[in-house]
Design a binder for this molecule. Structure first.
Ligand SMILES: Cc1cc2nc3c(=O)[nH]c(=O)nc-3n(C[C@H](O)[C@H](O)[C@H](O)COP(=O)(O)OP(=O)(O)OC[C@H]3O[C@@H](n4cnc5c(N)ncnc54)[C@H](O)[C@@H]3O)c2cc1C
Length: 603
């Protein structure tokens, strides 16, 4: 009978474990169920960007069906309310899920340390909903302030306090400092009226980082006009004020609490041994100390290395997931289990969209390079779980779709040209390709008796090549080729692959030219036609058949890549239809309360 593996929680750890199990157990009779209350995986490390209006919510949501279509992993959207470890069952309001192996990846939640009023009046930043709430609230504060005449009330509305100068607090304050500029402009408010503050109980900030980086972070914080108050524990929060231990009162309607985390309180309701701060105690194999078949990964894990609990960061989630998944595989295959040993590569803290401090492989990096590294690390993660398409999405969200120049390279990728300006260029290049292709037909390129295609690439020397070109290509007939002769590798390629099938390649070239021409004229699959155009041009250049005039085709085609067919072209209709079809066909369907083996609907 198939072994049933249930992974509860599609966080960083859960997704990683599911991917790994799918890979390792492809040929085994196992059933892998990944259960999460949301249909998407949340990129928690970027929540502050949503809260601060840098990116839209889509930027931090990766649909689970997208990650696991055509895999063994059965994605189930459901909220689990109990786990019966003895009978190996998870229960939700409407279903029961059986398991042979369980991986718990339920994450963590903010810790309030009993500070009065924080839970009622403070905002937290630990879910997408939290981030959206903060963003809405901040905008509301600006809107209200713009209508308020009382200067005292305005000051209160425009004071934003972030409690905690750890990673999350500093990142949140950095975003706020930038968001403020945008909102001041929108609501016609003087920037000097707005206060963004970080209030920290300790006498330092970012305690995980070294002194040099802390100094640099302070410099950036100062540069963004963020007020920093260290050694200032908050003792009480109410609707319109924050009270500090030394008796100071900050009048504000906004407190964002980022002062600490603890294990998801769901764990404390379960019959399982906890370590400190509500996290589940595990052994070095990432097994719960109570149940051999229950593995615990990510933020919820309590495991000590050198008398210190493992950090609640993404790398821990990924590394504990690897160990848990490998150990389940080892158990199924009867091989030896793996021990957990953390291996952290660094920490990165962004302060707004342009500043960042980081330690990478024990080296300090700041500014542009640190920010670039942060983006690269995010993209590397996304590539690992979803391939190039997720990298493309990331690039779009963080560079092409950003507003108000909020990226490390400003708004250079975000400036948009209406595509109708590209219509004349598209038609021009299309017509040129069509003329070129039809010219070749007239010359006899479709006749098996006349072989043109190998001539230019097989000859050497500029004059011979030009001569060959003259008969081969109308558009470049008078041109001096860019290359005197084809490079060695290209000659080899022509010799081995093209010459034996010269006629077929010749026909392909003609059809490609006519096809590209027609596609560009019609504005149909313009991006593909443009790519084909660039590809063909490079081939002409490498075969020493084309002069510098061909560069127009290349640069023109680059300009057409960004959706030039969507104005007065068929792509206007076809591309949306194609996306819908793609979604339906390849992205699969989610399983809401699946009735697969071992999953029962509750009566
Ligand atoms: C603003 C912010 C910035 C951060 N920046 C960084 C950073 O730069 N670098 C870094 O390393 N870390 C950072 N972190 C911490 C990092 O996000 C966490 O360490 C990481 O998310 C932990 O991953 P996880 O897989 O353990 O859990 P999570 O990612 O929290 O996932 C837990 C999952 O379990 C699901 N779940 C929980 N309970 C149930 C239930 N009962 N039923 C169904 N589903 C359930 C949830 O829906 C969620 O999808 C940041 C965190 C925040 C909030």
């Amino acid at each position: 009978m198939a072994k049933k593996i249930v992974i509860l929680g599609a966080g960083y750890g859960g997704v990683r474990a599911a991917k790994l199990l799918n890979k390792r157990l492809k040929k085994h009779d196992v059933e892998i169920n990944l259960i999460d209350k949301n249909p998407y995986h949340t990129l928690m490390t970027e929540l502050h960007e949503v809260a601060g209006g840098r990116v839209e919510e889509d930027a931090v949501k990766v649909e689970l069906k997208r990650l696991f279509h055509r895999s063994k992993v059965n994605v189930i959207v459901d909220q689990i309310i109990d786990v019966d470890f003895k009978n190996r069952r998870l229960t939700s309001k409407e279903a029961i899920y059986e398991y042979d192996y369980l991986i718990l990846n339920i994450g963590s939640e903010p810790a309030f340390f009993g500070v009065k009023g924080v839970q009622e009046y403070g905002f937290t930043l630990w879910s997408l909903e939290d981030a959206k709430n903060i963003r809405r609230h901040i905008e509301d504060m600006f809107e209200e302030a713009s209508k308020t005449t009382s200067s005292e009330e305005r000051r209160k509305l425009l004071t934003f306090v972030v409690a905690g100068a750890g990673f999350t607090g500093v990142e949140m304050a950095g975003e706020l400092a930038e968001f403020k500029k945008e909102l001041c402009y929108k609501y016609n408010i003087d920037e000097k009226e707005v206060r963004v503050m970080i209030v920290e109980a300790l006498d330092t900030i970012l305690p995980t980082l070294n002194e040099k980086l802390i100094k640099k972070a302070r410099y950036y914080i100062n540069k963004l006009n963020i007020e920093l108050r260290t050694s200032s524990p908050i003792v009480e929060v109410s609707e319109d004020k924050v009270v500090l231990k030394n008796g100071d009162v900050i009048n504000t309607k906004t407190l964002i609490w980022t002062c600490g985390v603890q294990g998801n309180s769901f764990a404390s309701k379960l019959d399982i041994t906890l370590g400190k701060r509500g996290r589940i105690l595990t052994n070095e194999y990432m097994q719960s100390v109570d149940y051999d078949n229950v593995y615990v990964i990510g933020d919820i894990t309590y495991f000590e290395e050198d008398q210190k609990p493992v950090l609640q960061v993404v790398e821990t989630a990924l590394q504990t997931a690897d160990v848990a998944a490998e150990n389940i595989v080892a158990d199924i295959k009867g091989s030896e289990k793996k021990r957990f040993k953390s291996n952290y590569h660094g920490f990165m803290v962004s302060i707004g969209s342009r500043y960042c401090v980081a330690t990478l492989m024990n080296k300090n990096v700041t500014g542009f390079f640190a920010m670039a590294a942060k983006h690269l690390v995010n993209m590397h993660y996304l590539f690992g779980i979803g391939g190039f398409l997720l990298i493309w999405d990331y690039f779009k969200h963080h560079f092409m779709d950003i507003k108000n120049n909020k990226s490390m390279v400003g708004g250079h990728f975000a400036s948009k040209t209406p595509t109708f300006w590209l219509v004349p260029l598209r038609l021009f290049i299309g017509i040129m390709w069509l003329i070129e292709g039809l010219g070749k037909v007239k010359q006899g390129w479709l006749s098996p008796d006349k072989i043109f295609i190998v001539t230019a690439s097989s000859v050497s020397g500029a004059s011979q090549a030009t001569e060959a070109v003259a008969s081969a290509s109308q558009a470049v007939s008078q041109a001096v080729p860019l290359l005197k002769q084809p490079p060695e590798f290209y000659q080899q390629f022509m010799h081995i692959f093209v010459e034996p099938f010269a006629y077929y390649f010749q026909v392909m070239v003609v059809l490609a030219e006519i096809g590209i021409g027609l596609a560009l004229i019609a504005g149909l699959f313009t991006a593909l036609a443009s790519l084909a155009s660039i590809f063909l041009c490079f081939n002409f250049i490498l075969s020493a058949m084309a002069g510098k005039e061909i560069l127009w085709y290349i640069f023109g085609a680059i300009a057409l890549l960004g959706g030039a067919g969507r104005s007065f072209g068929l792509d206007y209709y076809v591309v949306p239809w194609f996306y819908k079809w793609w979604e339906k066909t390849f992205r699969g369907k989610l399983n809401f309360k699946s009735k697969k083996r071992g999953i029962y609907e509750k009566a």
